[in-house]
Design a protein around this ligand. Structure first.
Ligand code: AVJ
Length: 319
């Protein structure tokens, strides 16, 4: 906890002290942010979750068939497991086939992990589950020790989408470094599609995404005694169909000053000045082939939904 708190502080100093202003989206997810994200996943406009659920429900047999090269006695390692509602579809299929495996969900939130374990243990009595609390980065280090058993890494929910291509490549290279020759990576990637559909997913009329985005400012109010009036900001979403990058901003409607007493900071906003808060990258096959190649991986298979909105790519180490 300490570590992530102080890194939030550093992000605020850096992101609001410089120009143009920005705050990293990973700090949206405190207790309130987690709850808002669960509400986003329930919104009709937020198609991503439904698509990945559809893929798993419709193609679990093919997906688990494709894990065959792993052999017996494998580890299923999930990065950012959250509440595991989609993963349970795959777990169910693996258990049904009586495959020998362990499930290692990783999440930054101990709370999410405890809830997940409880739920899964109740549903799958014979499941061997080893929850790991920490940042992806901590766990990547630890994963060096899990090299003896073959493993499949799950990185679902388009979580990779919060990274720009160079960061995604860097992150996947780190994953690649802890993968053995037969290990696999199942990567959930939202796809390029009609731009309006993307914009609607990140700009719902009920204002849930707006509240989610503004939770960054509310968190600074709660944790550092700041006086952000979030009404003075509008939530603004853009989508560039060429790069496939959706971007979220908070834009000041007027000029004002914000005080952050616990950080000894004063922050000035000019009218229409923005804070860039999040990117949600959309992919196509060509881009993913390039990223996989840069990472030292190749696409072994891919699974998409009926509308082709979303894809789970199975990546392998080239033979
Ligand atoms: C959790 C990163 C996949 O970018 O689609 C949802 C977060 N932001 N609505 C996404 C999010 C606004 C989400 N990810």
């Amino acid at each position: 906890m300490k570590k992530s708190e102080s890194s939030f502080e550093a992000a605020i100093r850096e992101g609001l002290g410089n120009y143009p202003k920005r705050l990293p989206s990973r700090f949206i997810y405190d207790k309130e942010g987690d709850a808002l994200f669960r509400r986003i996943m329930d919104m009709p406009e937020y198609y991503l979750t439904n698509c990945e659920t559809e893929i798993f429900e419709q193609q679990k047999v093919q997906i688990i068939d494709a894990l065959e090269p792993l052999g017996e006695g494998f580890d299923l390692v999930e990065l950012g497991a959250g509440d595991g509602s989609k993963t349970r579809i795959l777990l169910d299929e693996i258990i049904r086939r009586d495959m020998d495996f362990r499930y290692l969900p990783i999440d930054i939130s101990q709370n999410a992990l405890s809830g997940l374990s409880k739920k899964l243990v109740a549903e799958f009595t014979e499941l061997e589950i080893l929850p790991q609390q920490g940042t992806y980065f901590d766990i990547l280090e630890e994963m060096q020790q899990w090299k003896e058993r073959p493993k499949v890494i799950l990185f679902l929910g388009s979580n990779i989408g919060n990274l720009l291509h160079p960061q995604a490549i860097d992150f996947l290279q780190k994953l690649r470094a802890v993968m053995g020759p037969s290990d696999l990576l199942l990567l959930g990637c939202d796809q390029k599609k009609e731009p309006q559909i993307v914009l609607d997913a990140y700009n719902d009329p009920a204002g849930i995404t707006e509240a989610f985005n503004k939770n960054l400012l509310e968190r600074i109010n709660r944790e550092y005694g700041a006086d952000f009036d979030t009404e003075r900001f509008i939530h603004w979403e853009t989508y560039d169909p060429e790069s496939g990058t959706a971007r979220s901003y908070l834009v000041a409607r007027e000029s004002f000053e914000v005080t952050i007493p616990d950080l000894d900071m004063q922050v000035n906003f000019e009218a229409w000045e923005s804070i860039h808060t999040e990117i949600s990258q959309k992919y196509d096959n060509r881009t993913l082939e390039w990223i996989a190649g840069e990472t030292g991986l190749e696409i072994a298979a891919s699974f998409t939904d009926s509308r082709g909105y979303y894809k789970d790519y199975l990546l392998q180490v080239p033979k």
